[in-house]
Design a protein. Sequence first.
Length: 304
Amino acid sequence: MLKNKKKARAYKEFLLVLPFILLVAIFSYYPLYGWIYAFFDYKPPKPLSQSAFVGFKWFTNIVSNKIKTQEILRVLKNTFAMSGLSLLFSWFPMMFAVFLNEIKCVPFKKFVQTVTTLPNFISWVLVYSIAYSIFSSTGAVNSVLQSMGLADKPIMFLQSSEHIWFKMWLWLTWKNAGWAAIMYLAAISGIDEQLTEAARVDGASRWQVIWHITVPSLLPTYFVLLMISLANFLSNGMEQYYVFSNSFNKSSIEVLDLYVYNMAIGAGGYSISTAVSMLKSVVSVILLFTTNTISKAVRGEGFI
């Protein structure tokens, strides 16, 4: 009787998660069928069935074609720079959450959290519209600088490739820092209050409580998120870089995902762009299992 009840409960639980399994299958696994285009000389509008099968031609072309190799090395340099900056400052949302938690005025705390979280729900197109209104040649910053006599001509903030990697990191941080801090705030709420109370009784200052209790309690969460970021090192998206790219900064802002998009949609190289995307996915999977192995070796547990 008990065994039948367990089976019935397991069946009901399976039905609960079945819609999510189907969503993952449809949107994450079914699109992998498109990888088949990497093995054909596909040129739309001709259907795939009428395209010539070329095997690994496009994969070898990436290495044998010097121009293509130089382009990929360029976009890899940009990708590594953008992702590297994000990893280098990955501690920022954690520290932001720590200091946000230390705000004692609840209305002000909620105001700061709301203001810093809202940008996450703004599309990158709207973010660029804001950037254009502020930093374009006719934007607010240049208008103020020229009216105050601090600049003789408009400063090309958006059209320049100087410090473009750092600029992109600033916009990404402005958009995502508040949202990324939510997970750390949840982790802070789970810290045993008896630890902090005991530390205060022993004479610990506010900063000592943060450094010796709050931060160590957040490190497990931080390392898990860091490992996941390492696994997605080559996948830093394309929306942000697509809307900010122009003819002046394209060579420095074009990351791997944007390069694949431009090569497929702009140049019509669907087959070779699929091959590049496949290689990126394979490298990402390797990085995922590598970081999981490192996590098990260092922390004693993995995240998959």
